[in-house]
Design a protein around this ligand. Sequence first.
Ligand code: AMP
Length: 167
Amino acid sequence: MSSASESPDKATANNPLKHPNSRIAVLTSHFTATMSSEKDAALAAAAAPPPADSPTIFDKIINKEIPAKVVYEDDKVLAFRDIAPQAPTHILLIPKIKDGLTGLSQAEERHCEILGQLLYAAKLVAKQEGLEDGFRVVINDGPDGCQSVYHLHLHLLGGRQMNWPPG
Ligand code: AMP
């Protein structure tokens, strides 16, 4: 057991989170790096917020200017696999027409229908992906929510046990 009087080297050697050769240390540093890069991307996006009608990477996906692994499409909603998956199943669902919905915080009453359609599509895609044991739907909003792409999107995550509270 480590104590306050222990030398820093011994404390490090006995602490699996700090020992440089420990698998836990490697995993911890990986997740810390991943989390901070997502946070950095969100803060960078927030530092120069684009006008509501300016195109994002998701417009290029909608317009098929860049490829995406599309898993579901109807007349209002497009769903495709996240390029940096945070779970075995990680799918983004977006409205094909942004109509000012850079994020959920910009929603107005006229958006109620598309918001419902996005949620219902998430349920359909979850079933299609075989997520019978459950799944999670996340909407990041603004800098505090770690949003990095300013075109409303739902994250559908599944295929592993989720944790609570989220980070
Ligand atoms: P958020 O941080 O909530 O704004 O989520 C944006 C998500 O878009 C992140 O999970 C990114 O990995 C994802 N993403 C960014 N570019 C692409 C792309 N070209 N194809 C698929 N997913 C992307």
